[in-house]
Write a protein that binds this ligand. Structure first.
Ligand code: PMP
Ligand code: GLN
Length: 385
């Protein structure tokens, strides 16, 4: 293994899912739903396979039907206009969109600012691109129980070497949804310091209560400097299909496409046709997804609170971050490794998402994209701790 990748072993998700399989514990670690997405969308994939649409290499940027559906979605939801021919790229999940963006846009030695705790692939991809990651830590606001971005800290993190800000909202693993004011400040900073923004918005539809997802590309001066990434995995409950995409200016799209060509060349064909149909589902689909997940969040957060955790109630994503310190935990990694044996539940230690693990030492993340009975059973088991 080369020096750039040496610090990155097996992902925590693989380790913890293997632990769940080995112990038969309830897996609230890796984020994937326990029921598949809409049957009519599965049928659309079967139809595409049967009718021979996408069984051979699809076009590099993605099939036209999907690129058009992505632009319609961005216009309908956010009032953002993109040209399906020059400003959209279909990728192998959001994971490839992040990787290709960083490989295409970062020069060796460039600094990349990322919100810490960060999704694990960000650090590995910045390293593969030869960049240096500069974490800006989200810290719990004692009053609201929400993880907040310290804008002064963000501003202070920008140097002459900063190339881009890698944003993620709604945020995995904290469940924070950046507010309009926070995003406006990030946008103003990006414009002032002439930075690119790569924004991972895979949880764009998973927002609760009065939280609102606002794409940073919609702020003044941002459209031309932002790569916006999303995926079908979370919104439509098809994490195994690995269909993701990005929208950006023609120049940025062409740059990322260059990297993507030599990573995977194209994304899998038949699923792209099915995702095009999924993006056109009526608003009621998205509303019921949110209502369903908000109810599940409540079951898990109430269970965790009753079990003695300090809970940070998420307003987005399908993860809840909770502090195990009140239960006597001193180290979240050790806590999560022992949890299946102690009570038959698997969680993810947030410490692995930090460069400064002391900040998240006793925090753990649990997924609530599971059946209500599964969540109630997990809550009962956690109460035995
Ligand atoms: N970004 C974030 C923040 C995620 O949580 C995930 C996990 N789904 C991904 C990217 C990867 O998305 P995909 O499965 O579409 O590659
Ligand atoms: N995005 C999901 C999570 O955060 C799964 C990621 C993965 O398995 N690589 O749990």
């Amino acid at each position: 293994l080369n020096r750039r990748l040496a610090p990155f072993g097996t992902t925590i998700f693989a380790e913890m899912s293997a632990l769940a399989t080995a112990t038969g514990a309830i897996n609230l670690g890796q984020g994937f739903p326990d029921t598949d997405g809409p049957v009519e969308i599965r049928e659309a994939a079967v139809r595409a396979l049967r009718e021979g649409r996408g069984n051979q290499y699809p076009p590099g940027p993605g099939v036209p039907e999907l690129r058009t559906a992505i632009t319609e979605h961005q216009r309908r939801r956010y009032g953002l206009s993109y040209d399906p021919d020059t400003e959209v790229l279909v990728t192998v999940g959001a994971t490839e969109a992040v990787a290709a963006s960083l490989l295409a846009l970062v020069e060796p030695g460039d600094e990349v600012i990322a919100l810490e705790p960060y999704y694990d692939s960000y650090a590995a991809c910045v390293a593969m691109a030869g960049g240096t990651r500069v974490p800006v830590t989200l810290r719990p606001d004692p009053a609201g129980g929400r993880f907040v971005l310290d804008l002064d800290e963000l501003r202070a993190a920008v140097t002459d070497r900063t190339r881009l800000i890698l944003l993620n909202t709604p945020h995995n693993p904290t469940g924070t949804v950046l507010t309009r004011d926070e995003l406006a400040a990030v946008a103003a900073l990006a414009v002032e310091r002439d930075l690119l923004v790569v924004t991972d918005e895979v949880y764009e539809h998973l927002v609760f209560d009065d939280a609102e997802h606002v794409p940073i590309a919609s702020f003044p001066g941002m459209r031309e400097r932002t790569v916006t990434i999303s995926s079908a995995g979370k919104t439509f409950s098809f994490t195994g299909w690995k269909v993701g995409w990005l929208t950006a200016s023609p120049e940025l799209t062409a740059a990322v496409r260059t990297a993507k060509q030599y990573l995977t060349f194209v994304a899998s064909g038949p699923f792209q046709y099915a995702v095009a149909e999924a993006l056109r589902l009526p608003d009621a689909f998205f509303a019921s997804l949110r209502a369903d997940l908000a109810a599940k969040r409540d079951i898990l957060t109430e269970g965790l609170t009753a079990a003695g955790f300090r809970v940070y109630r998420p307003r987005g994503t399908y993860f809840v971050t909770a502090d195990a310190a009140p239960l006597g935990a001193q180290d979240g990694v050790a806590f999560c490794r022992s949890l299946p044996e102690r009570c038959g539940v698997v969680a993810i230690p947030n410490a692995v998402f930090y460069d400064h693990p002391e900040t998240g030492r006793t925090l753990v993340r649990l997924a609530f994209c599971k059946g209500e009975a599964v969540l109630r059973e997990a809550a009962e088991r956690l109460a035995r701790l």
